[in-house]
Design a protein around this ligand. Structure first.
Ligand SMILES: NC(=O)c1ccc[n+]([C@@H]2O[C@H](COP(=O)([O-])OP(=O)(O)OC[C@H]3O[C@@H](n4cnc5c(N)ncnc54)[C@H](O)[C@@H]3O)[C@@H](O)[C@H]2O)c1
Length: 367
C-alpha cells in the first residue's frame, strides 16, 4: 500500500537536484519517429502551459534534464505574469529540419490531448505557429496558432513590448523616470524579439547600439533605423559605454567575464536563462548593476499565447503585458527591502503566489 503520509513534494527528484515534478510523460511512436517528453512541474495555479522545443538532443537524459528545467521555469514565469496557469514544457527529440512531419506533429497532438487539459502546448525553439495548427488538429490544448486559425501568431510582439516595460521600470528605479530617452542601450541579438525592442527604444528617444552574428538581422534594423550604431560582437557591446545592456540572443549571456567587463548599470533583455550559473545574480548586485530578471520581463510572449486560450484579443493581452512594468518595480522594491538580488526576490514572489493562490483549491465547493 502507498504510504500517502510519507510522500512529500519537497522530496528531491533523482535528476539534477530538482524539486519534484507533478508528472513526466514519455511519448513514442515508432512509425512517425516521435520521441517526446512532456513535463508538468505544477498545476497549483491552473493547467500547465509551456512551449514544445524540437531539438536534436544528444541523449534522452539531456532532453529530460532540459524539459525538467524548462517546465519549472515556466511555473515561475506564469506565476509572476499573473496567469492562472501552471508550469509545463515539452521536448521533441530530433532535428526539426529533417524529422518534422505532419504525422509526427499529429501523433504528438494526440499525446497532448491524452493529458486531458493538464498541459497546454505552444511554440518554442524549433516549432512555429504553423506547426501548432497541425498539432491542434488532434488536440484542443494548443495555443500560439496562426491568426488564420484564431491564434495569437508571433509571440515576439508582446515579448519585446514586455521587455521594454521592464526596462522602463528599471529606468524609474535607477534614474527616477520611466523612460530611456537620452540613454544608451546595447541590444545583443536583433532577431524576432531584439529588432522589435529596438523599435520601442528608438520611439522612446534612446540611443541604440546593436550586434548580431547575422548580417541580415543587422541590415533589417538599419533599414528601419539608420541612426542605430553597430558593433562587432558581444565582447565589444558589453565593454562599451552603455547605460543598459539588453541580451536578446541566446541563454547564458551573463557569465563571470561579461559581468566583470560590463559598464552598463542596468541589464534587461528578452533572452531566456541569462545567468550562466547560480551566483551571477549576486556578482551583478555586488557591482551595483540592476538586473531585471529575465523570466519576468520576457513574459509578454506567454501572456500573448495564454490569452488565446479564451479567444485572442490583442488589446486585452497588451494590457496584461503592460503590467510587467508594475511587477518589475515590485520586484526591485522587494529586493531592496529583503537585501537580496532581484532574481531571488522574483523567485520568492512567484513561490508565494503559487503557494497562496494554489491553496485556495483546498476549499471544498460541495459538488
Ligand atoms: N520569441 C519570443 O516570444 C520569446 C519569448 C520569451 C523569450 N524569448 C527568448 O528571447 C531570445 C531571442 O528570441 P527570438 O525569438 O528573438 O529568437 P531569434 O532566433 O529570432 O533571434 C535571436 C537573434 O540572436 C542572434 N544571435 C545568435 N547568437 C548571437 C551572438 N553570439 N551574438 C549576437 N547575436 C546572436 C541571431 O542571429 C538572431 O538574430 C531567446 O533567448 C528566446 O528564448 C523569446
Amino acid at each position: 500500500m502507498t504510504d500517502v503520509f510519507g510522500l512529500s513534494h519537497k522530496d528531491k527528484s533523482p535528476v539534477s537536484g530538482q524539486a519534484r515534478h507533478e508528472q513526466v510523460v514519455f511519448c513514442s511512436d515508432e512509425h512517425s519517429g516521435l520521441h517526446a517528453i512532456i513535463a508538468i512541474y505544477n498545476t497549483a495555479l491552473g493547467p500547465s502551459l509551456g512551449g514544445t522545443r524540437f531539438y536534436p538532443y544528444p541523449s534522452e537524459q539531456a532532453a529530460l534534464a532540459d524539459v525538467l528545467n524548462l517546465s519549472r521555469a515556466m511555473a515561475y514565469k506564469n506565476a509572476l505574469a499573473g496567469l492562472d496557469l501552471g508550469g509545463g514544457k515539452a521536448v521533441i527529440i530530433g532535428d526539426p529540419a529533417t524529422d518534422k512531419s505532419e504525422a509526427l506533429l499529429r501523433v504528438y497532438g494526440r499525446f497532448v490531448q491524452s493529458l486531458g487539459g493538464r498541459y497546454y502546448t505552444a511554440c518554442d525553439v524549433g516549432t512555429y505557429s504553423e506547426d501548432m495548427d497541425v498539432v491542434a488538429r488532434e488536440s484542443s490544448y494548443v495555443t500560439g496558432r496562426t491568426p488564420a486559425h484564431g491564434g495569437a501568431g508571433d509571440s515576439s510582439i508582446l515579448t519585446a513590448y514586455g521587455v521594454f516595460q521592464g526596462m522602463r521600470a528599471a529606468a524609474e528605479h535607477v534614474y527616477g523616470a520611466p523612460t530611456l530617452r537620452g540613454r544608451r542601450v546595447g541590444v545583443e541579438g536583433v532577431g524576432k524579439v531584439g529588432h522589435r525592442l529596438v523599435d520601442h527604444l528608438v520611439a522612446d528617444g534612446a540611443e541604440v547600439v546593436v550586434c548580431d552574428v547575422s548580417e541580415r538581422a543587422v541590415e533589417r534594423v538599419l533599414r528601419r533605423h539608420p541612426e542605430v550604431a553597430v558593433v562587432a560582437d558581444q565582447l565589444e557591446l558589453t565593454g562599451a559605454d552603455l547605460d543598459v545592456y539588453a541580451p536578446c540572443a541566446l541563454g547564458g549571456a551573463l557569465d563571470d567575464d561579461t559581468v566583470a567587463r560590463l559598464r552598463a548599470g542596468i541589464v534587461c533583455g528578452g533572452a531566456n536563462n541569462q545567468l550562466a550559473h547560480p551566483g551571477v545574480e549576486k556578482e551583478l548586485a555586488d557591482r551595483g548593476v540592476l538586473y531585471a530578471p529575465d523570466y519576468v520581463v520576457n513574459s509578454g510572449g506567454v501572456i500573448q499565447v495564454a490569452d488565446e486560450i479564451q479567444g485572442f484579443d490583442m488589446d486585452r493581452a497588451k494590457a496584461k503585458a503592460t503590467q510587467i512594468y508594475d511587477t518589475t518595480l515590485k520586484i526591485f522594491a522587494a529586493a531592496a527591502e529583503d537585501g537580496v538580488p532581484p532574481a531571488v526576490a522574483a523567485d520568492r514572489l512567484a513561490e508565494r503566489r503559487m503557494s497562496e493562490v494554489g491553496r485556495i483549491r483546498g476549499i471544498w465547493l460541495g459538488h
